[in-house]
Design a protein around this ligand. Sequence first.
Ligand code: KG4
Ligand code: ZN
Length: 337
Amino acid sequence: MLKPVLGIESSCDETAAAVLDGAGRVLAEAVFTQQAEHARFGGVVPEIAARAHLQRLPALVERVLEEAGLGLGDLAGVAATAGPGLIGGLIVGASMAKGLALGAGLPFLAVNHLEAHALTARLPGLFPAPPEFPYLLLLLSGGHCQCVAVEGLGRYRRLGTTLDDAVGEAFDKAAKLMGLPWPGGPHLERLAARGDARALALPRPLLGRPGCDFSFSGLKTAVAQAVAKGLPHADIAAAFQASVAAVLADRARHAHAMLPEAKALVVAGGVAANQALRAALAAATPLPLLAPPLRLCTDNAVMVAHAGLLRLAAGERHGMEFAPRPRWPLEELAPPG
Ligand code: KG4
Ligand code: ZN
């Protein structure tokens, strides 16, 4: 068995560090959410994010190592998200990981953030039976909205993606139109619980269309019009959420048709916290719906250490010259070796 691996995440607005043992068990994890720093701007400000990562990361790394009772010398490697994401944050996290690796004579692993999300459901002990390959992944966050066939380590096929906004972005924009604080997803879900989705008809973009792409900008425009008409916000929120649920369920059915041999439907990303969406996805296909606990659905370093561990165990490591990649599509990855 490998020695433990340190993971670092800094691609967006979560600063995170984690240590996993060689079997993938979590020894320590810490996340600092920068939400409060960005809230008054109504979205993530890249420069503020990069500075906050720089400020927080050293103490977080120290903390997880201390909690795990380990020093750098006890590790098998250091993994950091190297893309895709905001370049400033990626540079902070990857440079720190490289520095630690270089100083301690350890391998450095440049982890693809999307691969880390895609493999989270296979984290040892997370589910009674981890999903076998191939499975379907719906990545539903503020920055990402895609459906992926996960066929093995390093083997991913994107079945569909959003043509405009990410689904979390759509929630945040709709919430903002109704005067809710950022990030609006959870606020909108609470408001929707008090509303009647049948009080108004909102579009269901791409519903029934072939394939697995998504589109949300038309829905956002319709929400703006409903708000301008003075309709009750709770009803608008409920109708919005019902539309998103119907669209996601439809896309999941299409994805299953595109990968009939799929063993499970896995959801990840902050939007996966939404109970109405989860229920719609659970009913959409006969596949088991696997939703990791929220702390592992949103950005975290456990998933980064896990992906790093899998690649390290397969003999992979990256050179110090590996430059962070703001764009790094899943399809460009390959199995180790
Ligand atoms: O994965 P995540 O934490 O971070 C990034 O996208 O970077 O996702 C955040 C997104 C935000 O757009 C937020 O509004 C949305 O997830 N979200 C939700 C809910 N909780 C968080 N959307 C709908 N319903 C929720 N309960
Ligand atoms: Zn993410």
